[in-house]
Design a protein around this ligand. Structure first.
Ligand code: 13P
Length: 249
């Protein structure tokens, strides 16, 4: 049985004051979330503070990216070993904003994935199609290509060490959510593709949905058989909404 994971991607939002309020809000309602694991991925500079705020609460911690190299002259990057020092368990890899705004290729994303796994971080591995790609009927080809970049370099077994996040680009930050049927169809396709290579990996891997998931639509999305949680942007910045998503699992 796959656990449900609700992870918040704060993106480049927050301040020292607001993260205090946000984390205290999440902690105060956490005991009502009984069927999901919760995690937060703050901007890197706030990771130490958030770690302190988490204390011994059952909230996972993740970064929003990780360097593909172990250490050295890589200005602006964060090493997996550094993130591990601050008890990060997760690293978002290949978010569509990284891919589209900062030019991260499938190959670079796969290398970042490899470094995360090698270092004991769990990649929250983001994949998903643009609106243009969906409208031209190539959604499955796109997610397949993005996954193959990892499978072809690290084997299908590597996928068992990550959490996949299917995030249709057209649903991110737009208020437009994939319908439960649309999301389930892509999740089932992904699991089916993996099952053809390794049934055990396919059965084990959590596949989260991301893209305007909120307190109102979460229950229906999370009730789909192949949707194992959510990667939440905007709604993860409001404790009551983030908790409501967790409670609807
Ligand atoms: P929104 O929930 O704001 O659409 O963002 C989704 C996302 O990109 C999570 O990584």
């Amino acid at each position: 049985m796959r656990r449900t994971l609700i992870a918040g991607n704060w993106k480049m939002n927050g301040s020292l004051a607001s993260i205090n309020e946000l984390m205290n809000g999440i902690k105060s309602g956490l005991s009502d979330v009984t069927n999901a694991d919760m995690a937060v991925c703050p901007p890197a500079v706030y990771i130490p503070a958030v770690r302190e705020l988490i204390g011994d609460a059952h909230i996972g911690l993740g970064s929003q990216n990780v360097c593909d190299q172990a250490s050295g002259a890589f200005t602006g990057e964060l090493a997996a070993s550094m993130l591990k020092e601050f008890d990060c368990q997760y690293a978002i890899i290949g978010h569509s904003e990284r891919r589209s705004l900062y030019g991260e290729s499938d190959e670079l994303v796969a290398r970042r994935f490899a470094m995360a796994v090698e270092s004991g971080l769990i990649p929250l591995f983001c994949i998903g199609e643009t609106l243009e790609e969906r409208e031209s009927g190539v959604t499955e080809d796109v997610v397949s290509r993005q996954i193959d970049a990892v499978i072809n370099t690290q084997g299908v077994e590597a996928i068992a060490k990550c959490v996949i996040a299917y995030e249709p680009v057209w649903a991110i930050g737009t208020g437009k959510t994939a319908s439960p049927e649309q999301a389930q169809a892509v999740h089932a396709y992904i699991r089916g593709k993996l099952a053809a290579l390794n049934a055990e990996v396919a059965e084990k891997v959590q596949i989260l949905y991301g893209g305007s998931m909120n307190a109102g639509n979460a229950a229906e999305l999370l009730s789909q058989p192949d949707i194992d949680g959510g990667l939440i942007g905007g709604a993860s910045l409001k404790p009551e909404d983030f908790l409501a998503i967790g409670k609807s699992a």
